[in-house]
Design a protein around this ligand. Sequence first.
Ligand code: HMG
Ligand code: MG
Length: 305
Amino acid sequence: MRQPQRVESATALPDKVTIWEVGPRDGLQNEKAIVQTEVKAEFIRRLLDAGLPIVEATSFVHPKWVPQLADAKELMEGLANPELPVLVPNERGLDRALELGLKHIAIFGSATETFATKNLNRSLDEQFAMFEPTVRRAREAGMDVRAYVSMCFGDPWEGDVPVEQVVGVGKRLFDLGASQLSLGDTIGVGTAGHVKRLIGAFDEAGLGVDHLAVHFHDTYGQALANAYAALEAGVTTFDASAGGLGGCPYAESATGNLATEDLVWMLHGLGIETGVDLEALVATSTWMAGHLGRPSPSRVVTALS
Ligand code: HMG
Ligand code: MG
């Protein structure tokens, strides 16, 4: 018989958190196989049905850079749900999102010079010149704009990334008009003390935790510990990917994101509300793993399926 989960709350943690599901975007952008548009649409519908409040659907990037998401237009037309956020790097991407009447975009900046060049074909400074008109026009059109910062905890080409450098990039993205900043550990090297230090540095710079989210990849098996550290530091928005899918095609050492199931198991065990039906989510990831032809790396998916 399966052991029912015991719930024990810990002091000074929030009652409720928001999970920002990135599996269809961050997960599928890194799959070798190109997943059929209809399967992606079904994946997204099932994630929404499982109670995930926000499901990032795809990216309006150059199809040559990320061929896995080249069907972004067809996918979003089929879903007909303008609330689903999409990644947009520039004005061309924004135009494509505007044509479909979408309401939420996310720009994605880099904390380091090298990754800005590799991921965006821009220098660190040039990325802001690309984002400025994109965010301005999106805001004028009434859109909500999230901003990611990649390589917040280390960079495979530059090594250590100073906390002040990350805060500086984050501040510039807030100044452009982003409503929320998602701090990315793109290659999964961060550890819990570093997470607290970075969030504390944002706080000291007057950029409060209410507008921060965290985005952990699990390369070194630290994603869940880092999520707990962020929870203790007051973060209430967590990015995660169903079944632990994911990576970044322009950062080879990036593996999957923190699995949504692992995060949900921890949060529910702490008595924290997520709105997610874990059983339905596990069934969705198991179904998706069938389409991808390999099992989910999530420990909770393995335990419950
Ligand atoms: P570029 O080649 O410098 O673009 O790429 P450009 O502005 O010079 O334009 C060249 C051509 O591309 C033009 O066409 C444009 O129209 C076209 P032409 O006139 O030659 O026919 N073009 C586009 N077409 C479609 N959609 C667009 C678009 N933009 C230009 N949006 C660019 C610059 C930013 C477009 C490119 O570098 C790119 O697409 N990069 C995306 C890389 C990416 O998606 N990476 C993964 C997401 S980030 C991530 O995973 C990290 C995250 O999860 C957080 C974390 O883990 O840290 C978010
Ligand atoms: Mg990512």
